[in-house]
Design a protein around this ligand. Structure first.
Ligand code: IMP
Length: 436
């Protein structure tokens, strides 16, 4: 059942960005799936198969990594933009697995010829570096995301368009192997890759993907010109952004709304509104600062009740209370118009719900999130304790049917962030949603 068109009425031909406001895993997949009925095109603009979106409806359960969640709806054009890094094997596996669940994938999925390829040496380098870093590791997904973006910025990356240009592909794979192999072997003591074998394999990927590879920048701008509404689907979250996140504990792309312009070739004036997805508490996976983290039984409770285990790697996520300075910074960085609040029901059993309202920093009070990673231990969260509701909200579909304390929690977040909360998720399924 598609609920979106009934309640969420975008102004005709308006394009919408959906962005994660925290450290990823906010539940963007569900929100994109819920809203995309109102859009003709769904486009990803950054990241790769480090992302993991889970969408459930009825008894169906879909795990998406590279393919936009729009693929679950017939007649949506889904685009993998130039700002992404794509492992062709992972993409083909995902297409296969979605097809086996009855999802139709034919010319509704197009890939930018300018997106960069992840090759096996990228993943090998990612894993080797993490191993070598010991306790200082970032906690990456090990998918080769960072090394692939590095090769892109170094200007000898292999682009998706190269997969269907055999001489260019051969030259670029030879060049990349000439540089990566010695690093893998002598710095990390890892096996090297055979350029000939990689060439054959990637040429074969090109043959399979040939009809999907196109100038998506042109495609998306033609869609804009034709007035076909577009949903821009963010992956990861604002504080994993390479520039604005908790560097160096970040991913390697721009997850903030600005990434849409470069990652798809879309001018800012075509991004008409921004919905940020916010989890009702906070999680992060991997290393890095997390001032409201709970390392006690409550943290375990949120992890268990919220099923906080990574969709991509299965790792347990770190859990903590909601952080309003983080959301205020996210609002500033993304120009958030509305919030979609997810997993409210996970707080059902909490007697009290502390919320971080500001930070004490060397005697002064900060309302936004501290930007310098190194000094995070100097920031002390200040909490306001709200009353819990101690009642099940699972599956609630009407705001007025929420307990008073749950409504107060929602209104408190609205007041403190100055952003209206237009969607509240009360369970993983499409239908377990309040639309205001
Ligand atoms: P990478 O993107 O694999 O390089 O990982 C860098 C950091 O981003 C690590 O802390 C990962 O756990 C985190 N990360 C990457 N993708 C996601 C995601 O989709 N959700 C949550 N965290 C992510």
């Amino acid at each position: 059942m598609l609920v979106s068109g009934l309640f969420f009425m975008p102004v005709k031909n308006q394009n919408l960005a959906i962005i994660g406001a925290q450290w990823g895993d906010e539940g963007k997949g569900k929100i994109v799936d819920l809203l995309c009925g109102d859009f003709d095109v769904v486009a990803r603009f950054q990241g790769g198969h480090n992302a993991g979106h889970t969408v459930r409806f009825g008894e169906h359960h879909f795990s998406l990594h590279l393919v936009p969640s729009g693929i679950l709806h017939p007649h949506k054009l889904c685009i993998l933009g130039n700002g992404m890094v794509i492992d062709p094997q992972a993409l083909l596996n995902e297409i296969e697995s979605l097809r086996s669940l009855g999802v139709q994938i034919d010319d509704n999925l197009r890939i930018s010829e300018s997106a960069h390829c992840i090759l096996p040496f990228h993943a090998a380098l990612d894993v080797a570096r993490e191993e070598a870093a010991g306790p200082a590791k970032i906690g990456t997904t090990g998918r080769g995301i960072g090394p692939a973006y590095e090769t892109k910025v170094s200007r000898y990356g292999i682009r998706i368009g190269d997969l269907i240009n055999p001489p260019a592909l051969k030259e670029k794979i030879d060049l990349a192997c000439a540089e990566k192999n010695p690093v893998l072997e002598s710095v990390y003591g890892k096996p090297k890759f055979d350029p000939r074998e990689l060439y054959d394999r990637y040429l074969a990927f090109g043959e399979i993907l040939r009809d999907r590879i196109t100038n998506t920048c042109l495609l998306i701008n033609e869609s804009i010109a034709a007035g076909r509404p577009i949903l821009f689907e963010g992956a990861q979250g604002t504080f994993l952004d390479i520039d604005h996140g908790t560097y160096p504990f970040v991913t390697s792309s721009n997850c903030v709304v600005g990434g849409i312009c470069t990652g798809l070739g879309v001018a800012p004036k075509h991004i008409h509104s921004v919905t940020a997805v916010v989890k009702a508490y906070t999680t992060r996976v991997g290393g890095g600062p997390f001032p409201t983290e709970l390392t006690d039984a409550m943290g375990d409770h949120l992890r268990k009740r919220g099923n906080e285990y990574g969709t991509t790697t299965g790792r347990p996520r770190r859990t903590g209370w909601l952080d309003l300075p983080l959301l205020r910074s996210a609002s500033m960085l993304n120009g958030i118009d509305r919030i979609a609040l997810t997993k409210l029901d996970v707080l059902d059993d909490c007697k009290e719900i502390p919320v971080c309202t500001s930070y004490k920093v060397r005697g002064s009070t900060w309302q936004t999130f501290p930007a310098t990673t190194l000094a995070h231990h100097e920031y002390e969260p200040v909490y306001k304790v709200l009353k819990g509701w101690n009642r099940s909200t699972v599956g609630t579909r009407n705001f007025d049917q929420l307990p008073d304390e749950a409504r107060a929690y929602v209104r408190f977040i609205e007041d403190e962030t100055r952003c209206p909360i237009s969607i509240i998720s009360t369970g993983p399924r499409r239908e377990e949603t309040i639309l205001r």
